[in-house]
Design a protein around this ligand. Structure first.
Ligand SMILES: Cc1ncc(COP(=O)(O)O)c(C=O)c1O
Length: 402
């Protein structure tokens, strides 16, 4: 069968593939430890569930405007005022089926075939494929010093007359790095002068540890939301543990949001009305669950970092936010796909190969699951990597051998 060039250039999402494999092994009774996941295990806020149930009971589950219901857009407006200090209008906001779709529609609105989309390495796995889906060219920018944040000079050196978008995610999946405020200010100014859009993927912006302040993009410009070359992407998936509801949003200049809503109207229509209602309730309701989640993740991070520090040869920066640690395993294997496969095969621990994020020799370890899983995963990894350790490792009924 023959497919389009775009279809042939698009791979399956590696993380989704790993989730499927872990589920298959668990169903077969294997004691799999999943350090590859991308979703908090806490429940959606009670207010969101109650609002969803109440709406479902009416039986009136209908189409909504392509950009989202008025209530959804008002909730995004309130959110933007609270967290970004900017008063925006309904014309500045659009709800989507997850931040993923908001990013995709934003890219379709801005990128022509051959245009370039610049992002730092390590990057979220979907950015290169999303760029290619528009016919654009992904331009990953690598820090010469091997760190998780290229310098401002390295970023600007990658910008050419074909650059249409700079795509940033802070705190970052996979590194957990919060980008430095002066760096962000410099980059946004540089892009403003050249009419290049900066897309800020802020999906983890409330999952930040140690009380660390996060400089947001509107602090980096004097322009109004309509004049700034900024799009903010966000959603309920991570902060409210509502991944399956599929609600995200974009905030940006009214002209651009209008075009994005037009595209979305043909592509998928407005996001699920039931999910919008639940998302509004989550945004407008008590926010205790976000603080609780953040506290749990910070505790899990601390546990993981302590255990990883006990593995000689393994290097890991302390993540400043998200629920991922991007650890350097090059002393053990320079091929992250091979190493991840070995961890799955030998000790049934799921990780994500760093090469998928543009950095070979690293593995992404998620700590969004139960802390017992984080501990057990680290225990198994330490055992496997230390060849002088015992020939066998027991995990409940299961005995792993080298
Ligand atoms: C960096 C980043 N952006 C966007 C998304 C997508 O979020 P959503 O579930 O809202 O589509 C994810 C999900 O893993 C992510 O890690």
């Amino acid at each position: 069968m023959s497919f389009s060039k775009i279809a042939n250039a698009t791979g399956a999402s590696v993380t989704l593939k790993l989730n499927a494999e872990a589920a298959r092994m668990r169903a077969a009774g294997d004691p799999v430890i999943h350090l590859g996941g991308g979703e908090p295990k806490s429940l959606a806020p009670a207010a969101a569930i109650a609002a969803g149930i109440a709406m479902l009971e009416t039986g009136e589950i209908r189409y909504t405007p392509a950009a989202g219901t008025p209530a959804m857009r008002d909730a995004i407006i309130a959110y933007t005022e609270q967290f970004y200090g900017r008063k925006v209008e309904r014309t500045n906001v659009m709800a989507s089926a997850g931040a993923k779709q908001a990013i995709m529609v934003g890219l379709i609105a801005l990128v022509d075939p051959g245009d370039e989309v610049v992002f730092p390495v390590p990057y979220w796995v979907s950015y290169p494929d999303m760029t290619r889906l528009t016919g654009g060219v992904p331009v990953p920018v690598r820090a010469a010093d091997g760190s998780f944040q290229p310098t401002l000079d390295e970023m600007t050196a990658a910008i050419t007359p074909r650059t249409r978008v700079v795509l940033l995610n802070s705190p970052s999946n996979p590194s957990g790095k919060v980008f430095d405020g002066d760096w962000l200010r410099g980059l946004i100014r540089y892009c403003e002068e050249r009419d290049i859009f900066v897309m800020m993927d802020d999906i983890y912006h409330r999952l930040v540890f140690d009380g660390r302040p996060v400089v947001h993009c509107y602090e980096c410009t004097d322009r109004s939301v309509d004049d700034a070359k900024l799009i903010v992407l966000n959603g309920v998936s991570k902060q409210y543990a509502m991944t399956g509801f599929r609600i995200g949003w974009a905030v940006g200049p009214a002209d651009l949001i209008k075009v994005m809503a037009n595209i979305q109207s043909h592509q998928s229509g407005g996001p699920c009305s039931l999910s919008q209602r639940a998302a509004v309730a989550a945004i407008e309701g008590a926010q205790g669950s976000v603080a609780d989640l953040c506290g749990t993740l910070e505790h899990n991070r601390d546990e993981l970092m302590t255990l990883l520090a006990d593995i000689p040869g393994l290097k890991a920066d302390v993540p400043e936010g998200t629920f991922y640690c991007f650890a350097d395993f090059r002393d053990f294997d320079s091929d992250s796909t091979r190493l991840a496969a070995r961890l799955l095969d030998k000790i049934q621990v799921v990780t994500v190969p760093g090469v998928e994020f543009g950095m070979e020799g690293f593995l992404r370890l998620s700590y969004c699951g139960p802390v017992e899983d984080v501990r057990e995963g680290a225990r198994r990894i330490k055992w496997l990597l230390d060849e002088n350790d015992t020939p066998e490792l027991r995990a409940g009924e299961k005995v792993f051998t080298r």
